[in-house]
Design a protein around this ligand. Structure first.
Ligand code: 4HQ
Length: 251
């Protein structure tokens, strides 16, 4: 898998190539990253990448030409003819785990990171295939969304996770997909007077699995009832799950 990122701040992307799961996967050659700085594609002596918005208003807008030339350089450098071009934008489709899974199955993408108030619409119309948001909040640039998207896809590549980390991906955990995870505990058994839940100390694996499932269901119902409804519609809740959820409301 290969990502090409278009950004005015290339150094930010050292993070995902050097550290943690994505850093190790990069060293293993499971994925590659190239960053293209639109400033390197400017045509004036001042290397201008932004200008004032037509119609007036605050802030600056990224010019179409340096962005388009950067995308074309990335395209020419890739072997695949038509990689998807994703613009990081709060007006885009909200990125989710399903999109991460689909991205991880494909050749990668060209990710466009805007700064300032945004990018010239004519660049979007000419070059961008998808607009993607990581949530309903305003960032100062698309770099953090691009890092989040690459992290979520790379960790799904075969071989990216070590044996311990892989436990989180196995079919056992597929029963959890779409629900919030249950709480985790490690040593000591008592911390600041707070004991680890006794169910987790029993060594009875079926009881532990049932306790965790119920914790997940209760937490998801309390914090994200929308995810309970999605799981129900997708047929991911058993009769036993439904009985437990029904018991929550009756107390
Ligand atoms: N941006 N998810 C980049 C975002 C954003 C988001 C605002 C995109 C600023 C320049 N991008 N512009 N949320 O807040 O993707």
């Amino acid at each position: 898998m290969r990502f090409d990122v278009v950004s005015l701040f290339p150094d930010i992307f050292e993070a995902v190539c050097k550290y943690g799961v994505t850093g190790r996967a990069h060293t293993q050659g499971l994925w590659q990253l190239k960053v293209w700085n639109p400033r390197d594609f400017t045509q004036d002596v001042h290397r201008t990448v932004d200008d004032r918005p037509y119609g007036g208003g605050p802030g600056m807008v990224m010019m179409a030409q340096p962005l388009e030339d950067a995308v074309n350089a990335a395209r020419a450098d890739r072997t695949d003819e038509t990689p998807p071009v994703w613009l990081m934008s709060p007006t885009g489709r909200c990125f989710d785990q399903k999109m991460a899974q689909e991205l991880a199955l494909g050749p990668g993408a060209i990710l466009i990171c805007g700064r300032y108030e945004g990018v010239d619409q004519r660049f979007i119309d000419r070059c961008v295939t998808h607009e993607v948001s990581i949530g309903d909040f305003v960032l100062s640039g698309g770099e953090i969304p691009a890092l989040a998207i690459m992290d979520s896809a790379v960790r799904l590549l075969p071989g990216a996770l070590n044996d311990k980390e892989s436990a989180l991906q196995d079919s056992f955990h597929d029963t959890l997909t779409g629900l919030l995870d249950s709480p985790h505990f490690t040593r000591p058994e008592v911390y600041q007077g707070q004991a680890v839940p006794s169910e987790l100390l029993s060594g009875h694996h079926a009881n532990i699995a049932l306790w965790r499932r119920r914790q997940s269901l209760a937490l998801t119902m309390a914090r994200r009832p929308d995810l309970i409804e999605s799981a129900r519609q997708a047929g991911r809740l058993s009769k036993s799950d439904e009985a437990f959820l029904a018991s929550l409301t009756k107390n």
